[in-house]
Design a binder for this molecule. Structure first.
Ligand code: SF4
Length: 367
């Protein structure tokens, strides 16, 4: 059996949909794009990206003995298009990948099983990664023939559309490489055009500071005021540029039992989210990616979504957060109230709260 067939069988046995092999090196273009991304400050407050830039550039810089990178793709294709959910403005939309158990542990466990078998066949050193190390998974997946990088900078596959999670195994053995996948974007610009904040500044360039995924998950401060309306009812991540891609017409629905969708998390009413305390939040999101973002950032997101909902029945739930000890939650609740109330109603509340507000940035939210 050839090396590629052996690896392919291991991938299938462990629930991966697709696998490819490439050298443990990235192309010059990939490295230049990373340099530009950091120079332009597109990474926002993702300081770790900047700090580990040189190591991230190529797997051989992370581990000098690495000869090959084996990239595994896990299909998480949803059973319906998530875009229409954005119209349910009183409910919070969660990115498709986060509607299930945190995939990191599950996929890492499977990659470890695979690495044991590789180690016993090739008698060599192996390392396993799922989003945990400074590795550029997407360009490596492209090199390994799993798909191509679309104009939104994410991976696209002819067979699985936009819905692949990636895992990486680095190995000290030089393996035959897989055939590359051609870029099939052609003249399409749907992902660029649909982005609510214009975060895809030009084809293949993304300003993460404007990306709703970054703003709702990674961004630690208040969401910039000029972007809040564009966030809509997205409370954790955003799938717009992925979901609009025409290649999803060929995507398959994921049928993995361990990582099946938890139907209770997506489209949960915003009033339910806004009624949670920290403990209730932890228990609701236990075992999911959402829990790591934490109560404060999720309340910020839900308040912004409530402000965008045009649903006046949410006013009383927004008001619950006006006295929060956390500045960001307090500030977001003021903004949400301003969107939901008439000016005279807002001014009545402002009269009561502005004189006791001590933080300048929060006073600015009132003003
Ligand atoms: S939406 Fe169009 S441009 Fe964007 S990744 Fe898909 S095919 Fe490429």
């Amino acid at each position: 059996m050839s090396d590629l067939n052996f690896i392919n069988d291991l991938a299938k046995e462990n629930g991966f949909s697709v696998v490819g092999v490439t050298n443990a090196k990235t192309s010059k273009l990939t490295q230049t794009r990373l340099d530009e991304f950091i120079q332009n400050k597109y990474h926002g407050n993702l300081k770790w990206l900047e700090d580990k830039k040189e190591i991230r550039k190529s797997p051989e810089k992370l581990w000098s003995d690495a000869k090959s990178a084996i990239i595994f793709g896990f299909n998480y294709g949803p059973d319906n298009n998530p875009l229409p959910e954005l119209k349910q403005s009183s409910n919070g939309v969660v990115a498709v990948y986060a509607r299930r158990k945190d995939y990191h542990k599950v996929l890492k466990g499977r990659l470890k099983q695979i690495s044991n078998k590789l180690a016993s066949k090739y008698k060599t050193n192996i390392k396993v990664f799922v989003d945990t190390a400074p590795i550029m998974e997407k360009p490596l997946a492209k090199q390994a023939g799993i798909g191509w990088l679309g104009k939104h900078t994410n991976l696209v596959s002819k067979k699985y559309g936009s819905w692949l999670l990636l895992g990486v195994i680095l190995i000290e053995k030089k393996l035959p490489v897989s055939k590359k996948h051609e870029n099939n974007c052609g003249s399409c610009k749907k992902c660029i055009n649909i982005c609510p904040t214009g975060a895809i500044t030009e084809p293949y360039k993304l300003d993460a500071r404007k990306c709703i995924s970054y703003l709702t998950i990674e961004h630690k401060d208040q969401i910039p005021i000029n972007l809040r309306k564009s966030v809509g009812n997205r409370i954790f991540g955003c799938d717009d540029c992925l979901a609009v891609c025409p290649w999803n017409n060929f995507a398959k629905v994921s049928n993995d039992i361990k990582l099946k969708e938890n139907k209770g998390i997506n489209l949960l009413p915003l009033k339910k989210w806004l009624s949670l305390n920290d403990n209730e939040f932890r228990s609701l999101t236990s075992g999911t990616n959402i829990k790591r973002t934490g109560y404060i950032r999720m309340m910020r997101n839900c308040l912004i979504a409530a402000g965008n909902s045009k649903d006046k029945s949410l006013i009383k739930y927004v008001k619950l957060h006006l006295k929060s000890e956390n500045d960001m939650i307090r500030g977001s609740s003021i903004w949400a109230l301003r969107q939901l109330l008439e000016l005279n109603e807002f001014n009545i509340i402002k009269k009561k709260f502005l004189p006791i507000e001590m933080v300048t940035s929060i006073r600015d939210e009132w003003i």
